[in-house]
Design a protein. Structure first.
Length: 186
């Protein structure tokens, strides 16, 4: 009976640790609220963030010629995106990136968005620590995976344009992101 009880407690603990709240908002004194952890597009469209998200999303004009050329290949990738809802670069680039994915009919279940913290002692950290093993030092960081392996990443801002940088990554061209010295590959 004791083993059974311990088993049930262990299962409950495992389930509670693995269930991460989506769109978790943090508000600190004298600061605007911000999101941490797993985020979805609904969270970015919520009241606190929609002014910058919608305006940057709607104003961006997608390079449809490039997107048409890469959309089939793009659909075979998974993308991990680290951002800060408090970060100017993230506020500019993330809505544009999502608009590009929408224009390419990217399967959004293959996009995972993680918002990092801005509080002292937690700066650029996520609640579950994914950023640590991936050497995330700047946001936004867009990491492209193919067959479970990292192919490349866009760090903070594109070199040419988001569309052209994505194309270079997908076509396995010689692409070096901003801040290449901050990369850590095993």
């Amino acid at each position: 009976m004791i083993r059974f009880t311990l088993f049930i407690l262990a299962m409950m603990l495992t389930l509670s640790l693995s269930a991460q709240k989506i769109n978790q908002e943090v508000t600190t004194s004298n600061q605007q609220p911000f999101l941490i952890g797993r985020v979805d597009i609904d969270g970015l469209n919520s009241k606190s963030y929609q002014s910058w998200y919608r305006s940057n999303h709607d104003a961006y004009i997608v390079d449809t010629k490039t997107i048409t050329a890469i959309k089939n290949e793009l659909a075979t990738f998974k993308i991990l995106l680290f951002m800060g809802t408090w970060c100017g670069d993230s506020k500019r680039e993330v809505p544009r990136f999502i608009k590009i994915l929408e224009a390419a009919n990217f399967p959004m279940e293959n996009l995972k968005i993680i918002a990092v913290d801005r509080r002292k002692g937690y700066y650029k950290k996520s609640p579950t620590g994914e950023e640590w093993a991936l050497s995330i030092k700047r946001v936004p960081t867009f990491i492209f995976y193919k067959d479970g392996k990292e192919v490349n990443r866009i760090i903070e801002s594109p070199i040419i344009s988001l569309e052209k940088d994505i194309e270079s990554i997908l076509m396995n061209e010689n692409y070096t992101p901003n801040y290449p010295n901050s990369l850590h590959f095993d």
